[in-house]
Design a protein around this ligand. Structure first.
Ligand code: SAM
Length: 253
């Protein structure tokens, strides 16, 4: 995968760019999922853990988390944030077997990170790794905002942040290229006396149907599969544009 600015030279701004994201609500839902699927153990494998926001909340609730991410810059922030309450290792999600051993009560891969798998065969490789490292009766949970149907060609977006010290803006432009969704980010950040201008941070995302995910999950071996919207068990019928599709797969006992 090419180096993405958001996860390398701009990694220290990641949390500020996503200041609006409700990690606590997601972890709360995740814990309810674990309860609902009968997962009692406390070991979690977190793939594409990023700067460790879910990790920190899970560790505070008593979970022992191993975080994996391909970016050293993101991992450095996660280590600083979570300290010794979790273990972090650098690794590629398609080759989990090379960096982690054994099985966990749950394996998670959150904030659309799964969509960095561009082809069905890469997606299945990642899902296979998640499955292999989930213990029997445990669950894998992942989410994505990006689907074949939901991806809007030509979509423009902006994220603005200002924490009193640093202010910044990120513009995004989305383009559909066949089965791939391409989002190009441009950033303008004023950090004290330093001004950063960065263009053409291109993120390529695999676009799959919800049914493709479900089929791939079945094929790698999950038996009970749940699909939820926006970190809730019940769908809000008034909201016709889901932000997030959350998938849960149980590994047979
Ligand atoms: C949108 S961020 C999500 C981070 C974190 N899960 C969160 O919720 O804030 C995507 C993360 O996936 C990581 N990533 C992207 N491709 C990856 C890959 N092939 N293997 C492992 N990590 C990957 C990036 O380095 C980045 O930290």
């Amino acid at each position: 995968m090419p180096k993405l600015a958001l996860y390398s030279e701009l990694a220290s701004y990641y949390d500020r760019i996503y200041w609006w994201k409700d990690y606590a609500q997601e972890v709360d839902f995740l814990l309810k999922v674990l309860h609902r699927y009968g997962v009692r153990g406390k070991h979690i494998l977190e793939v594409a853990c990023g700067t460790g926001n879910h990790t920190k909340l899970l560790a505070a609730t008593g979970y022992r988390v191993t975080g994996v991410d391909v970016s050293d810059d993101m991992l450095a922030i996660a280590r600083r944030k979570v300290g010794g309450r979790a273990t972090f290792v650098r690794g590629e999600m398609k080759n989990l077997g090379r960096v982690v051993e054994g099985t966990y009560d749950a394996a998670i891969c959150l904030f659309s990170a799964i969509s960095y798998n561009l082809t069905m065969s890469d997606l299945k490789r990642t899902l296979q790794g998640l499955f292999d490292h989930t213990r029997k009766g445990g669950v894998t949970v992942f989410d994505t905002h990006f689907t074949k149907k939901g991806f809007i060609d030509g979509h423009r977006g902006e994220d603005i942040f200002d924490d009193g010290e640093t202010m910044g803006a990120r513009l995004s432009f989305s383009r559909r290229r066949g089965k791939i969704g391409e989002i190009t980010f441009s950033y303008l950040i004023k950090d004290g006396p330093k001004v950063i201008m960065l263009r053409n941070d291109v993120h390529r995302l695999g676009l799959f149907d919800l049914q493709d995910f479900r089929k791939a999950m079945r094929e790698v071996g999950f038996d009970r599969i749940g699909m939820y919207v926006d970190w809730k068990f019940a769908r809000d019928r008034k909201q016709n544009e889901p932000r997030d599709n959350v998938f849960v797969g149980r590994k047979p006992s």
